[in-house]
Design a protein around this ligand. Structure first.
Ligand SMILES: Nc1ncnc2c1ncn2[C@@H]1O[C@H](COP(=O)(O)OP(=O)(O)OP(=O)(O)O)[C@@H](O)[C@H]1O
Ligand SMILES: [Mg+2]
Length: 223
């Protein structure tokens, strides 16, 4: 299968007190359209950093991220923004819902950024909330939802733009086991039904094993 998203020789270091502290070194990965990949590793191993680099919200110190064989860091600002907005969906480690906006408004946000007409925005956002089983909570504020429901709103927000690739950073991190498994059922349903490629970080080995492939990071390197 032709790779959809690849990382080649990714290195990342952060400057700390005048020293360069390496976080990732020489990370290679390749993922095809419709595949699922999990990333595991201890706290501080560089999982979020890798996901942020794959999602182009952080720059690598070395290496390339290729989308359909093109280095995304060679894109113009405009093309990069288009790639982020049209091809990627992101579920962050901490969901970052806007507390003063209700579930529907939070889910509509990426479509507003795209400049879609109001009616279309609303229809798509409602459909995404339906996909995550929360159509009845569309007018609830994040503070009126449980942690699991908030995380599902974050998933709805990530899929409302119909991304090709969903990057999820510990989407079940703050959920109990059963709610976590239901959230992963949802991600795999999206993977199966909509052929969304999913890359997710988890600390949970049994959730990691549900992916077609697992990548283990240790000291910033693939083990
Ligand atoms: N912006 C930053 N500036 C300096 N150091 C950073 C920055 N971001 C991450 N780091 C460091 O990089 C290392 C890896 O961080 P990262 O967040 O990728 O780990 P992680 O594997 O996601 O951990 P966790 O499981 O706790 O979420 C850590 O030591 C962290 O302190
Ligand atoms: Mg992390």
């Amino acid at each position: 299968m032709a790779p959809l998203l690849e990382a080649k020789g990714i290195g990342k270091s952060f400057a700390e007190g005048g020293m360069e502290v390496p976080v990732l070194s020489d990370v290679d990965l390749s993922i095809g359209a419709g595949e699922s990949l999990s990333i595991t590793g201890a706290s501080g191993a560089g999982k979020s950093t890798l996901l942020h680099i794959l999602g182009t919200i952080e720059n690598p110190s070395q290496g390339q991220v290729l989308y359909r064989k093109e280095n995304v860091f060679d894109y113009s600002e405009e093309k990069l923004a288009e790639f982020r907005n049209q091809s990627l969906g992101f579920v962050f480690q901490f969901h970052h819902l806007l507390t003063e906006f209700n579930a529907l408004e939070n889910v509509m946000m990426p479509l507003m950024i795209r400049g879609e007409p109001a009616i279309q925005r609303q229809e798509k956002a409602l459909r995404a909330l339906e996909d995550v089983g929360l159509a009845d909570k569309s007018s609830s504020l994040p503070g009126e939802l449980s942690g699991g429901e908030q995380q599902r709103v974050a998933v709805a927000r990530a899929i409302v733009t119909a991304p090709e690739i969903l990057l999820a950073d510990e989407p079940t991190g703050n959920l109990d086991r059963q709610t976590g498994e239901m959230l992963m059922d949802l991600l795999f349903r999206l993977n199966q039904d909509k052929q969304i490629t999913i890359v997710y970080v988890t600390h949970n080995d049994s959730l990691a094993k549900r992916a077609q492939r697992t990548l283990h990071l240790q000291d910033g390197m693939i083990q």
